[in-house]
Ligand binder design. Structure first.
Ligand code: HQG
Length: 180
């Protein structure tokens, strides 16, 4: 299976495990899991046939480890817009985390801080390189430093996904340092 196909399968999985399971008649459980057999059958029934080997490859070779397989089930590790409770324990973040965005959002971010927009949480990266890549999805990237240590001391809750993305409900502006 070529890389192009793996990416296509990965995008299909992201779409239906994070955002639109009902589009193919799928129901995720409360924690976001679905039976792999059900997913493959639903995909085939809606015109996108994926073999089990292709699914396994898309999970294992995923650049961001976006999916977890446990036993007979699969879920997305983070990034949902549908209502799921991933059941992640609260964790102590590193002193600084990073958020990649673009210049056109900065005025709003300065005024109201980082908010989750469509997703459940604000997504933060452990290093500037990753944050730069996240921002670059939308244009020339701007990386913001988040004083996660101070937020944690002040009682904000952080969780870390299975693929190392830090999640928090919102980042008030006083914890942000903007770098243009
Ligand atoms: C911005 C991808 C205006 C925020 C990535 C971002 C990541 C505000 C956008 C993961 C704002 C939301 C998440 C405010 C935040 N006013 N704009 N107050 N607060 N924003 O896609 O962090 O490939 O929901 O800066 O790599 O870009 O999907 O979040 O630009 O890990 O696995 O609103 O998604 O991973 O966009 O990306 P998103 P994100 P995957």
């Amino acid at each position: 299976m070529n890389e192009h196909r793996t990416i296509k399968v990965s995008k299909y999985l992201s779409r239906h495990l994070r955002h639109q399971p009902d589009r193919i008649g799928l129901a995720l459980d409360d924690a976001g899991w679905v039976e792999i057999d059900e997913l493959l059958a639903a995909a085939a029934a809606h015109g996108f046939r994926i073999s089990r080997a292709e699914l396994d490859r898309a999970v294992e070779e995923n650049d961001k480890r976006r999916f977890s397989v446990e036993g007979t089930r699969i879920r997305a590790n983070q990034g949902h817009t549908v209502d799921v409770d991933l059941g992640l324990a609260a964790a102590e973040p590193p002193a600084y985390l990073y958020h990649g965005t673009v210049g056109r959002f900065l005025d709003a971010i300065r005024a109201e801080g980082l908010i989750p927009m469509g997703r459940h949480d604000v997504h933060l990266s452990v290093d500037r390189e990753t944050a730069t890549r996240v921002g670059a999805r939308r244009g020339r990237p701007v990386v913001l430093s988040v004083d996660a240590g101070a937020m944690h001391r002040d009682g904000h809750t952080f969780r870390v996904s299975a693929n190392g993305v830090w999640l928090t409900a919102a980042v008030p502006p006083e914890y942000l340092r903007l770098r243009d």
